[in-house]
Ligand binder design. Structure first.
Ligand code: IVH
Length: 620
């Protein structure tokens, strides 16, 4: 337990992956009393409790990062981030440096295996101190404690994490072997505390909606005085047997609710409305604001989305506006205080020429977005596409930040993403504010990024409408870059989540000679990925099977069922054909049931469907 025991290990090259044996769920949100009452009503109805009150465990909703800790025989063996809920990153070395986290459990009855889940956060005081020091040293500061916690846990070198004032509160469990935990959530938290794990001292058992509201108000009134940031409270049905009966829907349990504090709003003045050019040429009007402190950060810009939105809200330069910031989302202009409009307030006019490259601006009929037609001739689009390519979830080129990309393009060192792989340490070291060591590190990072996965690569290309999920689906289904390039729109639409619009964007992308050139140059520079993704897809238990869902399901939503099936490798189609393996039928099925019967396709009712999911460990 001594501090020196906590940081033992050497820096990592990258984080390993951890698959959560039990998915880490998220929470449904409520913003009003009415939504809370509705939640409570649904709970009582499902449990057939009539007017009887439910006991809830009420806890602050901490604003940090969800992590899972695995204790084997009482020893901390592994720690992981939530990630997408199914797979997270292994951050054991870093979590070991958090003083609040015991390396060894104490007390009686410590189970053979205990997975604890909770929130890692940076207390407000530590956050202020950290930023003060960073400011004095001219180093990077964090905008809020939540980002600070996330940034600190994402360090490859645990010695850096060890210097960050992180803390943790546990709020639940995952896998448990070798003991039976208490039958109420509140008692489980008490038990965790006895084993030496930190749990929130603010947790309370409350009764019914009234008890929840009372708790909510009390915590809200103390919010500013709490030593850490919270963004609401969480209510959980306390009785574990009741939790089990309620189950969950797709990504969130039916037995818990996050009751969020209202978004924070402030007044400020619009100094100007500028236009930003995005990766796909989209022109976004952005309000430049007089700096204002909202929801824990100083806001100087707010997106106005598009021209129509500016008209609808009638935002003019010089206006006083209400700015809102909720959670981590981009600040937005809620409305204009028209009474305060000055006589010289100016209306915003969308540019007819791109403010960066001067190309014509086009707005396709029926679309809200105006776009620069310059394509990769436009340096703004080039910059954005390079930033996207290098970003963490794409090629993950560490150290290639936005400012540096701007600099590289402006200096004419790179024109396309392929040019990154031609950069030399000498060229980089000659840049302003770049030392020899940083230059070398960047060249190394660029080199490291060459080993990637097909899905990251497809995502990195920045094809319109191809986000991470679609890229992953394309990689899993088509298996190789060649197959993606060759696929026509019809084939692409067989990929889960790919509709006609996305299919058309993909085909168009690979028809452009310029894009082909860049892709070929990238491959020639040595970008590569393991060719296993396709076989991995085929190894999944339901690979090659096609499901059709029809009617209302009770234990899950249609989207939830689809996601579960896809994660098992199945395809989910919209219509029944001879090739359909199963039709899953809920209440009030449409004509698809008749079609299935006429074609002799196997039909599963909800119970049979759940048994099938159960067989593969996917209980909804
Ligand atoms: S329970 C199955 N309890 O909120 C329930 N979550 O919006 C899973 N969070 O990912 C979560 N404080 O990171 C729970 N007292 C609390 C929490 C809490 C903060 C976070 C957690 C989760 C997110 C969901």
């Amino acid at each position: 337990e001594s501090p020196t025991q906590r940081v033992g290990a050497e820096p990592l090259k990258s984080f390993g992956q951890v698959t959560h044996a039990i998915p880490m769920l998220s929470l449904d949100n409520a913003f009003s009393e009415a939504e809370l009452s509705e939640f409570d009503r649904r709970v009582r109805e499902r449990l057939q409790m009539g007017e009887q009150h439910i006991t809830y465990s009420a806890e602050p909703k901490l604003d940090g990062l969800a992590v899972s800790l695995l204790y084997r025989n009482g020893n901390l063996e592994q720690a992981a981030t939530r990630g997408d809920g199914m797979t997270g990153e292994e951050i054991t070395q870093n979590v070991r440096t958090i003083q609040a986290v015991p390396l060894r459990l104490r007390g009686n009855g410590v189970p053979g295996l205990l997975e604890v889940r909770g929130e890692v956060f940076m207390p407000k005081a530590g956050f202020e101190r950290f930023n003060d020091t960073a400011r004095k040293r001219g180093e990077k500061t964090f905008v809020n404690p939540r980002n600070a916690a996330a940034g600190s846990l994402r360090q490859l070198d645990p010695r850096i994490t060890a210097q960050r004032p992180l803390a943790m509160y546990c709020y639940g469990t995952g896998q448990v072997e070798g003991t039976t935990l208490p039958d109420h959530h509140s008692a489980i938290l008490d038990q965790l505390r006895e084993w030496g794990l930190p749990v929130s001292p603010e947790r309370r058992s409350v009764t019914g909606v009234e008890g929840c509201l009372e708790y909510y108000q009390k915590i809200q009134s103390r919010r500013d005085n709490l030593p850490y940031e919270i963004d609401g409270v969480v209510y959980k049905v306390d009785d574990i047997e009741q939790q089990r009966r309620l189950g969950f829907v797709s990504r969130a349990p039916r037995w818990a609710l996050a009751h969020k504090f209202a978004a924070q709003e402030e007044l400020t003045r619009v100094v100007d409305i500028e236009v930003q050019v995005g990766r796909t040429g989209a022109l976004t009007p952005v309000a430049r604001l007089e700096p204002v402190f909202v929801g824990g950060v100083t806001v100087t810009n707010a997106t106005l989305h598009n021209e129509d939105e500016v008209r609808r809200k009638d935002v003019r330069i010089g206006d006083t506006v209400v700015v809102r910031r909720a959670g981590d989302v981009i600040p937005e202009v809620v409305n204009v205080v028209t009474e305060r409009r000055p006589a010289d307030a100016r209306e915003f006019l969308m540019h007819t020429r791109c403010p960066v490259c001067g190309s014509e601006v086009v707005r396709v009929e029926g679309e809200a977005v105006a776009r620069c037609s310059g394509g990769l001739f436009c340096s703004a689009q080039r910059k954005q596409s390079i930033k996207h390519f290098a970003s963490r979830r794409a090629m993950d080129v560490e150290g290639l930040g936005d400012k540096l990309v701007d600099q590289l393009v402006d200096e004419g060192l790179i024109d396309s993403v392929a040019d990154l792989y031609r950069l030399t340490a000498e060229q980089l070291a000659a840049l302003e504010r770049m030392g020899e060591k940083s230059a070398r590190n960047l060249v190394d990072a660029i080199e490291t990024s060459k080993a990637t996965t097909l899905s990251r690569f497809l995502y990195a290309l920045g094809i319109r409408e191809v986000g991470e999920a679609t890229a992953a689906a394309l990689a899993a289904d088509l298996g190789s870059l060649d197959a993606v390039k060759r696929a026509d729109e019809e084939r692409l639409q067989q990929v889960p989540d790919v509709g006609p619009v996305v299919a058309a964007h993909i085909v168009r992308f690979f028809q452009q000679p310029h894009n082909i050139e860049v892709v070929e140059a990238l491959i020639a520079h040595g970008i590569h990925w393991p060719a296993i993704e396709h076989s991995a897809a085929q190894d999944k238990p339901l690979a090659g099977q096609t499901f059709v869902l029809t009617g209302t399901l009770h234990r899950m939503t249609r989207d939830g069922a689809k996601a579960l099936l896809q994660s098992l490798g199945a395809k989910v189609a919209g219509s029944v054909s001879k090739k359909t393996s199963y039709v899953v039928v809920g209440d009030d099925p449409g004509s698809k049931l008749a079609k299935a019967e006429s074609l002799g396709v196997e039909v599963l009712d909800e119970a049979a469907f759940i048994r099938l999911l159960d067989e593969y460990g996917m209980t909804p």
